[in-house]
Design a protein around this ligand. Structure first.
Ligand SMILES: Nc1ncnc2c1ncn2[C@@H]1O[C@H](COP(=O)(O)OP(=O)(O)OP(=O)(O)O)[C@@H](O)[C@H]1O
Ligand SMILES: [Mg+2]
Length: 431
């Protein structure tokens, strides 16, 4: 058990820390919390994506009635689930003016307190307290939480910065309509090139030098490997996991076949197909890698075709040649489509179309992504898109490029050619 006076000290010192020391917090998009529902908000997502800073931001907004505790804090080493019991009273002793008012409890690294779910369930049900928790990416995941909180959880994924958030950090007002013209446009494009290269991990966006950015990303990748995969899933075949990581982190925006991987490596070192499949699933579970399936009415065909894979952030993409920039652009488009929350597929018949997106009303939108339309690829990119449009009976399609803009009509299909950076400036979802 931890003593009352120590807890009070920690509560006050956290308050001072957040109000005085945490300065610039970029407002995160796509966060919507239930106002009236009695639910505990669970922030989950890959490491270093900004979960703690969302709690800090909430604290700053409601600082008169918020309590923040970080269960990784070494001063809380003796905190046990029993301590939750008296927490509200302790807080009210510090702030008696809040008796009968709604309180906000913000708990970070909650997974360190075994049994926290029962406490959260009870206070959101019975007390006038709003609860927001965040946990280590490898231990607090939506499926597990939903089970343990039995319908009292409101899970919200936190991802690295979108391009808009990245611009916000750079002090650009994206609501300003003029930013797509003149000198501001040049600046936006400069930041876009930077975003393309380094991705959107907030800390990486903040850093100035390439050397530091590279170092931080390297540390993230190592932590993802050892903490989010090896430790979390008790991985024993480290060599297989390493080889698979290398392969996945360099196969972004392409089809990935586990069978092909198996054939390629099984002669080189021993592992079973089952182990390979389960390791691959760990990448999906940890949300470092996402897959999309072939668009098809038949679920059998969807499953039989290899999935295309994308990574959670382009900073961790392993780039090999300069030709990879088109794939990076495609990965960025994927992440943005994912933020919008629609279903995403790829299309392939004679030619390919990178994305077919199905919105919540069932409407289909085809998208092709290419760095630039040149002599050599123009016909291929356009035919891939028009083939998908004809096959799916759609009259319009979009080709995303790095910086070209145009409108053309091909075989009765209207094609918009749009620079990705411009499209990314639009809000991804009305929250
Ligand atoms: N909204 C934000 N505005 C400004 N900087 C941010 C923001 N979010 C995150 N950062 C920066 O990124 C770093 C990581 O953020 P944070 O600690 O909130 O991530 P986390 O998801 O809680 O990480 P972990 O998984 O390690 O707990 C911070 O130290 C801060 O520098
Ligand atoms: Mg954190």
């Amino acid at each position: 058990m931890i003593s009352k006076s120590i807890l009070k000290d920690i509560i006050i010192s956290n308050e001072e820390f957040i109000t005085k020391q945490v300065k610039q917090i970029v407002k995160r998009e796509n966060l919507s919390f239930p106002e009236k529902l009695k639910k505990a908000v669970i922030l989950y997502g890959v490491r270093r994506s900004g979960k703690t800073h969302i709690l800090f931001d909430l604290f700053k907004k409601h600082k008169d009635r918020s309590l923040y505790l970080d269960f990784e804090d070494e001063r809380l080493i003796d905190f046990e689930v029993k301590n939750f019991e008296g927490l509200k009273d302790i807080f009210l002793e510090l702030k008696p003016e809040l008796v009968d008012k709604e309180l906000i409890f913000l708990f970070d690294e909650i997974q360190n307190i075994k049994g926290w779910e029962r406490y959260c369930r009870r206070i959101v049900e019975r007390e006038n307290v709003k609860v927001f928790v965040s946990g280590s990416s490898s231990r607090v995941m939506p499926l597990e939480i939903h089970t343990s909180l039995r319908g009292r959880a409101w899970s919200t994924e936190v991802t690295p910065f979108s391009f808009r958030e990245h611009l916000h950090l750079k002090g650009i007002n994206i609501k300003d309509k003029k930013i797509i013209y003149g000198s501001k446009k040049a600046l936006i494009k400069k930041y876009f090139t930077e975003y393309l290269k380094w991705g959107g991990f907030p800390e990486v966006s903040l850093l100035k030098s390439d050397f530091e950015k590279r170092k931080v990303i390297k540390e993230y990748i190592e932590a993802m490997f050892f903490k989010d995969l090896v430790e979390r899933f008790n991985i024993t075949n480290i060599h297989l996991l390493k080889t698979l990581t290398e392969k996945l982190f360099s196969s972004f925006s392409t089809k990935f076949s586990l069978t092909a991987f198996y054939k390629q490596y099984q002669q080189k070192f021993p592992f079973s197909k089952d182990t390979l499949f389960s390791y691959y699933h760990h990448f999906l579970e940890s949300m470092l890698v996402f897959e999309i399936k072939k668009f098809s009415e038949s679920s059998y065909k969807r499953l039989r075709n290899p999935a295309k894979i994308y990574l959670i952030d382009t900073g961790i993409c392993k780039k090999v040649t300069s030709a990879d920039w088109g794939r990076i652009l495609e990965n960025i488009v994927f992440l943005e489509l994912r933020r919008k929350g629609d279903e995403i597929y790829y299309f392939t018949e004679n030619r390919e179309c990178d994305f077919i997106v199905k919105d919540n009303r069932g409407k289909l939108f085809p998208y092709q992504v290419t760095l630039e339309l040149r002599e050599e690829n123009r016909e291929r990119e356009i035919t891939g898109l028009t083939e998908a449009c004809k096959r799916l009976k759609i009259k319009e399609g979009t080709i995303f490029t790095y910086d070209e803009e145009d409108s053309i009509a091909v075989e009765g299909i209207d094609i918009k050619i749009v620079p990705v950076w411009k499209w990314l400036l639009l809000p991804s979802r009305q929250s």
